[in-house]
Every structure is written in structure tokens, then in C-alpha cells.
Design a protein around this ligand. Sequence first.
Ligand SMILES: *[C@@H]1O[C@H](CO)[C@@H](O)[C@H](O)[C@H]1NC(C)=O
Ligand SMILES: *[C@@H]1O[C@H](CO)[C@@H](O)[C@H](O)[C@H]1NC(C)=O
Ligand SMILES: *[C@@H]1O[C@H](CO)[C@@H](O)[C@H](O)[C@H]1NC(C)=O
Ligand SMILES: [Zn+2]
Length: 525
Amino acid sequence: MLPLKEKDKPIVQKLLAAGCCARCVLRFCCVSVHAAYRQPPQVRLHYSPGFKLGASGENNKSHDAAGSDAHEEPPSKRAKLEPGASGDMSGEDAAAVAGQRDEELRVCVVCVGVLQELCDATQASKVCVRVCSQMCWGLFSAVDELTCPFWILQHSCWLHVKKELREKSAKLDKDDVVQVKEAFKWVMQGLVAKELGGSTLCSQSKFEVGVEFSHPETDADCHFLASTCPDCFKPTKNKQSVFTRMAVVKALEKIPEDRHSPCPPRRPSSSCVPLDVQCLHASVFVAGRYNKFCRSLPQTPWLIDGERRMESSVEELIAAPVLSSFRAAGFNFSSSGREDVDVRTLGNGRPFAMELLNPHRSSFSTAQMKQLQETINKSSDKIRVRDLQIVSREAMSRMKEGEEEKTKSYTALVWTLKPIRRDDISFIDDIQDLTLDQKTPLRVLHRRALAVRHRVIHSMSARFLDSHHFYLSLKTQAGTYIKEFVHGDFGRTKPNMCELLKTDTDILELDVESVDVDWPPSIPE
Ligand SMILES: *[C@@H]1O[C@H](CO)[C@@H](O)[C@H](O)[C@H]1NC(C)=O
Ligand SMILES: *[C@@H]1O[C@H](CO)[C@@H](O)[C@H](O)[C@H]1NC(C)=O
Ligand SMILES: *[C@@H]1O[C@H](CO)[C@@H](O)[C@H](O)[C@H]1NC(C)=O
Ligand SMILES: [Zn+2]
């Protein structure tokens, strides 16, 4: 296997002369053989008759992947570009060789040291210390975080060899250059696996290790970019820095090549400083259905001007035990619709799902999930949970799918101004598919746009209680405002119960009896 080919020669020469390290040379030659990167960083680049990396004849994949380069001849301290037996060294070659000799131990112009001394066994053992001290998952997949300067350096180096890259193959483009973080990962995975006593690496792992670097010397380049292309760097709510990869790449494309920072990049005088090593587990999603038995419990924390109005919420009552079981850092709660603070949710309950952020525990047996459910059930008599289970991120979207078309069933306790008898309300049982025109209710007008919504009451039935009260059961399209249908909302909902009964009516209590969303799947007892 020869990762570098004869046709790479012009690119290799140009990159070495510009001050790239051997691994960056491989990247720009679009080499994706992981083993090639696992060679020691002070690697020798041969070309005879094609280019090879490492001692000739010994660099096959299985051999390198095993990482047993200890038996090879010790890596040369000096990076050399050796002319092959058949190759005549041109003046240009000689200059490249000389150039590389002089600069061999200097900081690479593109990766600023990340793929040099920051990508070695010492760094790997630092990562391992963090991995082991934070948590003990067997699976590992490394991701590093590279900030703005890398994208700038990468771009100017790409401009530098663009012509040669295109000559090599017309199809090659900037995106084919192997990213620093990929090369870093390929090298580190091997080293970390070795350090962890031969753990198996799993590229599909949900466990991520982030290695962060900073390079103060090139930080100013970002500000140059920002002043040249202010439109590209707009603050967004969720991002800590405006210099996201997308924004930097976009800005670089807008800047004309001649106005660009030096190309090839300037020689840095220092390499990157490794910052923190972070261990992150991908989110775990938990779903279930909840009952709410209390008429003074909001679904989510109820804050007015930053002050709490109710001591708890459905969300918090469910989340507290779940977070502590999964030892997660935070959560996002969502549900299929929501009920008002004074409305109970009975029957099979309302589907909900939670994203658990950076959990420290992620696998639970059915019995353990049941245990957790019991803990939630026992923690408060205001709520209960059923069908608690771990679901995939994709499955979560099923909860929101076609939400408007779903039906919901309710029971309302209705008061009438005029005294009623049993047969005054029996006609209600015959009403079917009644279409309502509902103007946005007065009580939500401060947060919803004014509109008229059409909602259907599929069926209704009435149960006489006394001369001023009856129970009204309804099966409706999701999104129907029940309270407004009963009291009429000053004529904003039409038709309404006042019109139907020809007297003033009001709603005293409301319960959700069922939310007909067939997700999450029910769990047999
Ligand atoms: C790789 O090298 C080993 C020993 O050096 C040899 O046994 C094996 O056949 C080689 N594999 C390939 C694919 O060249
Ligand atoms: C989830 O919650 C975190 C904070 O807890 C927040 O930063 C993030 O934007 C939320 N994500 C979604 C998809 O709501
Ligand atoms: C929790 O409460 C729900 C609703 O009453 C019930 O269906 C479920 O079986 C209970 N689960 C456990 C484990 O207590
Ligand atoms: Zn480099």
C-alpha cells in the first residue's frame, strides 16, 4: 500500500516548502488510510519510485494498525525527503529537502502543532486520565474541537496547493482534504486504545471525548475576518462564540484570494496550548405518559417576571428522579399538548418525552425502568407515570407527528344560570361533528396571534347532576379550547354551550380523559 503516489509529488514539495508537517502533507494529499497517520510524527517521506510513508515494505495496514512500530528501525529524528533510486533530484527537490531539514522541528503552519507533539502518547495518557476519572464507559470515539484559526490556516494552505490538487484529479476539492480533527482522531484512537490496555474502539460510540486547543498567536486572525465580513458573524442565541465553523468557512469564501491572509500561512512561533479534555455522552431520550391529579400544578415551572408562582410542576416532579438515575447534566421536556394549571389529566395520561443531556449512565433494564417509574409514582401524589422507556431521538418526533389531527377526550363540570331538568340536556347526546369557529381566547391573546381557528367536536354527552350542574363529556379535535366552548368567551367561540342551552353557562372543572396519541408504545405490566 502506497498512500502517496508519484502524482502527489508536486503537492508534497510545495507543502513541505511552505512548512507543513508530515501529517498535514498526508491530509492535503487526501490520504484516508488511518495507519499512515499513526506513524511517528517525525516521519520520513520517501518517494521511490512512488511516495511511501514509513520504512519501505513494512507499512501495510494490519501491521500499522496494530501499532507495533517498535520493531521497525527507530524513526528518524529528522524528517527527510529522500530521492528514490530512479529519481533525479531537481533543484526544486533539493530546495524542498533543505527547507525541510531546517524546519523539521518547527511548528507546522497549518495544524499549529496539533498533529505534531500534541498528538502523541503523552497527550493520549492525559485523555485517558480524564476518561477514567470521569466515567468508565468502555467505548471511545474522539472528537476534538478546533476553533476559528484552523479554518483560516486550512483555507490559505488549500489556496496554496489548489492548482496542484486539481492537477492530481479534477474532482478533488477543499472538502476532500482530510480535516485536522479526523487525522488527530485516527492517531489518538490508536494511542488511547493502547493506553487503556487494548480497549476496543467503536466509531459508533455515543461517548465522545473533546480535546480543546487554543492558539493565542492566531486569534487575531478571527478579528480580521470579522471586520472584513461583519455580516457573516451574527450572534445567535445558543452559540457561545460567533466564530462557528460554518460562519468562518462562509466568510473565507467571500474574501477575494488576494485580500486573504498570507498564503501559504505564516510560520507560527509557538504551537497550540491544549486546554481541557471533556467527556460527553450523547443525549439519551426517555418517554412515557403522565397523569396529573392536582388542580394547582402547572406543567412547566410557572414564572412571572422571574418569580415562581407555584412551588412545583409536572416537568420537575418527573425530571428530578430521572435526572438522578441517569446522572444527567440537564434535560429538555416536551409533551403532546399541555393542560392548564387547574386541569387534571386522567385516563392513560399524556405522552411526554425528555432529552437527558450528558448522562453518566445510559443503559437500564426493563426492571430498572420500572423501578424508576415507581420512584416517580411514590415521590408525589400529584402525578403518576406509566410506560416509562428509553426511546431513540427519531422516535421522539412521532409524538409531535400529526398532533392537530389527533383526538382528545374531556369531562367538564358545567354550571347553568337557568335551572335545568334531565331532559333539557339530553339533546346534547345527539350532537355530532359540530364545527366551532374559535377566535383566539382572551386569556391567551397576550401570547398568541389573533386568529379564527376551526375545530371539530366529534361527539358529546351530558350527565345530569342537579338543577344547576351537569357533566359534559366531549371528544374533540386536538387544539379545541374547551373552556371557551362552554362559557362562549363573550361570543368569540361560536357556537357555544350558552347558545345551545339558551342560558349563561360556565365551566367549573375540567379533566383530560384521554390523549389519543399511540406513542410511546405501552409496556405490559
Ligand atoms: C503485512 O505485513 C505482514 C508482516 O510484515 C505480512 O505477514 C502480511 O502478509 C502483510 N499484509 C499485506 C496485506 O500486505
Ligand atoms: C435543551 O436544553 C438545553 C439546556 O438545558 C438548551 O441549551 C438546548 O437548546 C435545548 N435543546 C432543545 C432542542 O430544546
Ligand atoms: C405508576 O402509576 C401508573 C398510573 O397509576 C401505573 O399505571 C403504573 O403501574 C405505576 N407504576 C409503578 C411501577 O408503580
Ligand atoms: Zn501539521
